[in-house]
Design a protein around this ligand. Structure first.
Ligand code: NAD
Ligand code: AHE
Ligand code: ZN
Length: 375
């Protein structure tokens, strides 16, 4: 197949909010600096739903969504040296080129090499898509497009992993689990003994709880409007549960009262701007730090009284938990293989790519953390 167009099945999003359809898609060979990957397993993340819903200013249709996956390199383009056919990889929507201003800064995991192209659904080389149906181009998504049996990604966006790792599990390290752990370890740098509040107990929030537990947090307060989340959340380290619906007071006041003045660290893992405000305002005066992880729709804005910051609270955000993708995803895979981090526990459902619309519906059911699709 090397050097040839591959025709395979992919789930195409033709329009916002319209069910995806499984199509025969032509996938062009990788050009210089590109890698064609056979995707074996892909999960769904809330961000796929967000873009599909039409609220993402970078959402383009028709496109192939999906960004939390694992697969095997099928072929590589000219000049690609770090991976070869047969390598097991995780596609990384946050690239790492190690050469750009961002990568060299030592201050961020964001990378500038291909971001301009991935934001508009094309590849960097020729600003065109490698996907088409009977000659009509289909946009890429997040530089990954994993809801397909084959995809083409930039070489700076593939993490080569231990071939012994089960791809149907470690695909989750391509987004949700890594993001939650990294938000705690890299972005907030939670210290032992800290009091932590986690808003939203989906995969990302539960991974935050897991990361906080491993960092030695003394209390981990989980906040969710779905009380069914608490039982499962205990297994990830949440020590107390608060449902805002059980209280008349604003949730920030409830948390401040519970913690003698506020928490040391809070994390918003929902994408709701009023909860982002509450998450900041439940932080302790003088030092409490709040990390925004959730993605809010285009047009939404955050607000608070500047006094909240004047009096020492800190507002931050994180992308992919601050992990340098190509360097650190393989390390996360090793931690999983050494049983130092959970991954299996987040997989609540498994199906086939052809069931993708059912999998999208599951995202709204409290019982679903991650649904993994076999392609
Ligand atoms: P999810 O839908 O599985 O989890 C969200 C949880 O929030 C659910 O348990 C829901 O019941 C709860 N919730 C909803 N409204 C609430 C409210 N008002 N108060 C309290 N709880 C509420 O989503 P997920 O896959 O875990 O992702 C969480 C968010 O993180 C999404 O916005 C996603 O787009 C974003 N995300 C960001 C990054 C990043 O790099 N920054 C990476 C992955 C995901
Ligand atoms: N196009 C969106 C951006 C959404 C966003 O913030 N994405 C996160 C990853 S979410 C993964 O589930 C991210 O890493 N952002 C940094 C980046 O470079 O995109 C919008 O709303 O505009
Ligand atoms: Zn995601």
């Amino acid at each position: 197949t090397q050097g040839q167009v591959i025709t395979c099945k992919a789930a195409v999003a033709w329009e916002a909010n319209k069910p995806l359809t499984i199509e025969d898609v032509q996938v062009a060979p990788p050009q210089a600096g590109e890698v064609r990957v056979k995707i074996l397993f892909t999960a769904l993340c809330h961000t796929d739903h967000y873009t599909w819903s039409g609220k993402d200013p970078e959402g383009l249709f028709p496109c192939i969504l999906g960004h939390e996956a694992a697969g095997i390199v099928e072929s590589v383009g000219e000049g690609v040296t770090e991976v070869q056919p047969g390598d097991h990889i995780i596609p990384c929507y946050q690239a790492e080129c190690r050469e750009c201003k961002f990568c060299k800064s030592g201050k961020t995991n964001l990378c500038g090499k291909v971001r301009a192209a991935t934001g508009v659904g094309v590849m960097m080389n020729d600003r065109k898509s490698r996907f088409s149906i009977n000659g009509k181009p289909i946009y890429h998504f997040m530089g990954t497009s994993t809801f397909s049996q084959y995809t083409v990604v930039h070489d700076v966006s593939v993490a080569k992993i231990n071939p012994q790792a089960p791809l149907e599990k470690v695909c989750l390290l391509g987004c949700g689990v890594s993001t939650g752990l990294g938000a705690v370890w890299n972005t907030a740098k939670v210290e032992a003994g800290s009091i932590v509040a986690v808003f939203g107990l989906g995969t990302v929030g539960l991974a935050v709880a897991e990361g906080a537990k491993s960092a030695g947090a003394s209390r981990i307060i989980g906040i969710d409007i779905d009380s069914k989340k608490f039982d499962v959340a205990k297994n990830f380290g949440v020590t107390e549960f608060v449902n805002p619906k059980d209280h008349d007071k604003p949730i920030q006041q409830v948390i401040v009262d519970l913690t003698d003045g506020g928490v040391d660290y809070s994390f918003e893992c929902i994408g709701n701007v009023s909860v982002m405000r509450a998450a900041l305002e439940c932080c302790h005066k003088g030092w409490g730090t709040s990390v925004i992880v959730g993605v809010a729709a285009s047009g939404q804005e955050i607000s608070t009284r500047p006094f909240q910051l004047v009096t020492g609270r800190v507002w931050k955000g994180t992308a992919f938990g601050g992990f340098k993708s190509r360097s650190q995803v393989p390390w996360l895979v090793e931690k999983y293989l050494n049983k130092e981090i959970k991954v299996d526990e987040y997989v609540t459902h498994s199906m086939n790519l052809t069931d993708i619309n059912k999998a999208f519906d599951l995202l709204h059911e409290g019982g679903c953390l991650r649904c993994v699709l076999a392609t």
